[in-house]
Design a binder for this molecule. Structure first.
Ligand code: SF4
Length: 410
């Protein structure tokens, strides 16, 4: 099999990994301009906020495991291929020199066993860094069950590392990925997290100490494969941020790409569910919410037609309206329609004078979504709703996420 055929198979096999979004496309250039190459080039964000394009491939899709949700599972009837480490390094450099990419995102199926696969991936990283003197961004997936010493070694050559948590509960992992266990996933996660902490301390003492996974670790969770509710997913996420210092958790809606009696009848979850889970995740990371404030055992699913913060505010309507000239930063963050930037602007501006609606306007802070939840200088400009349900109904109809894509032509 030539390298182009391998590239076709191993970029296609990587497309379900959502740690960065893929621009996979198979449009052919028929004499015009542009080249939407079939190879997976995806985009990610560097620490300084730049958008960078990455070559996104698998080292191999020839897996000895048989995870029910995976297109590359051992029992799936799919073409198989494997790159050598030298081929991956060469491809990365060639793509880089042509200005197609700025870095590499490399994942892999488990070829013989976790350690053997990790060793090959480490070889790719070493070739890039030491032989090709490549200083671009490298993100690699650590293989669940790999030895801590290999995690340590890999971490010295790459920028970001991730281990997929896969399922929101241990029981669903056992059911759908019987060769994996939470232990085999959490062990490398802990090794990465511990290594990062230790490295930060070392670099404070010795500035020349080599960097270990400087861009942090991330993980990915599959949604909807085992009928877990959104509350369970958020609780797992909370623990990943709190206990494992995860930089980011990504969510991937289950794609019933391979038939199995264990997932029979389960359909791909609606995109809006994934979107609401991402919003819940943002509330925990940037707005100071705990998972138990967003959802509960009694109310375990997101309202698909209302954003989670508005939903929380309506459930806690006794806390509103809030006077924005008195609310603390934390309280301002809880007002629907206000984000960290608006909250900061309000706190800064009111040091000099009390704010009015015109004052908010001149700060370019919209009160369109917030108006039912605030007073400004004692003035309320929201609607008069006789019950929270009516407010909910009105906000559901106004939620921009519920709009359908506008047609360009009528
Ligand atoms: S180990 Fe990874 S590649 Fe292999 S079947 Fe499971 S999810 Fe797929």
């Amino acid at each position: 099999m030539n390298i182009e055929e391998k590239l076709g198979i191993l970029t296609d096999a990587a497309k379900y990994d959502v740690s960065c979004s893929s621009s996979n496309s198979n449009r052919k250039n028929q004499g015009g301009i542009g080249n939407a190459h079939v190879s997976g080039i995806c985009h990610s964000w560097s620490e300084d906020g730049r958008c960078i394009s990455l070559l996104k491939i698998l080292l191999t899709n020839d897996c000895v495991y048989d995870c029910v949700y995976c297109i590359n599972r051992r029992s799936a009837d799919t073409p198989r291929a494997e790159f050598t480490p030298e081929e991956v390094a060469q491809l990365t450099i060639e793509f880089y020199k042509r200005n197609y990419i700025e870095g590499l995102f490399l994942s892999s199926a488990v070829s013989k066993n976790p350690d053997d696969t990790m060793e090959k991936m480490i070889r790719v990283a070493k070739l890039l860094r030491k032989v090709h003197q490549f200083y671009g961004y490298i993100h690699m997936k650590a293989i669940p069950g790999a030895s801590p010493s290999l995690i340590q070694e890999m971490g010295l050559y790459i920028d970001r590392m991730s281990v997929n948590i896969e399922m929101p509960t241990e029981s669903s992992l056992k059911l759908l990925a019987p060769q994996k266990s939470y232990e085999s996933i959490y062990r490398p996660m802990l090794a990465i997290g511990g290594g990062i902490e230790q490295n930060v301390a070392e670099r404070k003492q010795f500035r020349q100490a080599p960097k270990f996974v400087p861009a942090g670790q991330t993980t990915q969770m599959i949604i909807g494969a085992a009928r877990e509710d959104d509350f369970t997913i958020l609780q797992r996420t909370q623990s990943l941020y709190d206990d494992y210092k995860m930089k980011r958790v990504y969510y991937s809606g289950f794609v019933p790409a391979v038939a199995s009696p264990l997932t029979e009848g389960i359909v791909k979850p609606p995109l809006l569910r994934e979107h609401r889970i991402y919003q819940g995740d943002f509330l925990m990371r940037f707005y100071g919410f705990h998972s138990t404030e967003i959802l509960s055992q009694k109310n375990p699913f997101f309202d698909l037609y209302l954003d989670p913060k508005a939903n929380w505010a309506i459930e806690n309507i006794h806390l509103f309206p809030m006077e924005i000239n008195r609310a603390t930063y934390k309280e301002l963050l809880r007002i629907p329609g206000f984000g960290p930037k608006s909250a900061q602007k309000i706190i800064q501006a009111r040091r000099f004078a009390a704010l009015s609606y015109d004052g908010l306007k001149s700060l370019k802070i919209s009160t369109k979504r917030a108006r039912n939840f605030i007073t400004v200088g004692g003035v309320y400009r929201g609607g008069n709703f006789s019950s929270p349900d009516l407010l909910r109904e009105s906000m559901r109809n106004a939620d921009p996420d519920n709009y359908q894509q506008l047609r360009f032509f009528r």
